[in-house]
Design a protein around this ligand. Structure first.
Ligand code: CAA
Length: 258
């Protein structure tokens, strides 16, 4: 597939996907969502790599939904626009493999919402986060109201979204939105290093960690423990046998049959 906005680049078992529309600070338009959905379809169908890293080209990660595309929408069109973004980001969140956001610059509005739909976020110390929608007379429309509340706290989400103020990567780290702060010129190296580390672990175990943690949040504690027990036991069909045997035989595990 020839993408115009997405630039995928493979590094062994890891893929880096760069969002590249720097003339609009990578603002998310319909073409982006169409490409993202095709890209996700391909990952689901072919599972060509183990970990995905998403970043932005130029000085922005993503500066939000495309305001020029939204400005003339009527309420019904706006509902469709929001729904498409919500569904696309949900598909990203639900990918079986881990997704790391490497936030290189502005992550505003829809850009912050995209980063929050990833499994973890590394932030350049130069990155700027924020949900400035209320300044445009809008509210976040790609599930930012919900993900920020769940990733931080009710008060933090309300303060951030009601003030609309941008905040630094250090503040994002303090809020728990960013898991690792990186020097700007080390961001991609740090992201790749984390991605490669995860890609070396038991691939089925990594997927089950994601499934159990993400699904478990919507279940009662007891139901989530049942899910954990189920997924734990499934690994004994093959991958866990290899991992534990390799430990006892003092060798590296060979996941190639898994
Ligand atoms: N949509 C469309 N175009 C955008 C954009 C966006 N979200 N953000 C930036 N651009 C465009 C600018 O219009 C400008 O284009 P021109 O050169 O053609 O004028 C170009 O990108 C460069 O931007 P600036 O000149 O503004 O760059 P700057 O360095 O002076 O400022 C910035 C950077 C502070 C990020 C500023 O661009 C900005 O405030 N952008 C908008 C941020 C925003 O409000 N995002 C939320 C969007 S609404 C949303 O996301 C809703 C939702 O949840 C679904």
């Amino acid at each position: 597939m020839d993408y115009q906005i997405l630039k995928p680049e493979r590094f062994g078992n890891v893929e880096v996907l760069t969002i590249s529309r720097p003339e609009a600070l990578n603002a998310l338009n319909s073409a982006f969502f169409s490409e993202l959905n095709t890209y996700i379809d391909d990952i689901i169908a072919n599972e060509p790599f183990r970990v995905l890293v998403i970043t932005g080209a130029g000085k922005a990660f993503v500066a939000g939904a495309d305001i020029a595309e939204m400005v003339d929408m009527n309420p019904s069109e706006a509902k469709g626009f929001s729904e498409k973004g919500q569904q696309s980001f949900m598909r990203l969140e639900e990918l079986p493999i881990p997704v790391i956001a490497a936030v290189n610059g502005y992550a505003l509005g829809g850009g912050c919402e995209l980063a929050m739909a990833c499994d973890m976020r590394l932030g350049s110390t130069k990155a700027v986060f924020g949900l400035p929608e209320v300044g445009l007379g809008l509210i976040p429309g790609y599930a930012g109201t919900q993900r920020l509340t769940r990733l931080t706290s009710l008060g933090n989400a309300l303060k951030c979204i009601m003030s609309g103020d941008p905040f630094s990567a250090e503040e994002a780290y303090r809020l728990g939105l960013v898991q690792q702060l990186c020097e700007p010129d080390m961001l991609m190296e740090d992201a790749l290093s984390l991605a490669r580390k995860i890609a070396k672990r038991g691939p089925k175990a990594i997927r089950k960690v994601k499934e159990v943690i993400r699904k478990g949040r919507h279940l009662s504690f007891n139901q989530a423990m049942d899910l954990e027990k189920e997924k734990f036991s499934q690994l004994f069909e093959d991958e866990a046998k290899e991992g534990m045997k390799a430990f006892l035989e003092k060798r590296k595990p060979d996941w190639s049959n898994n």
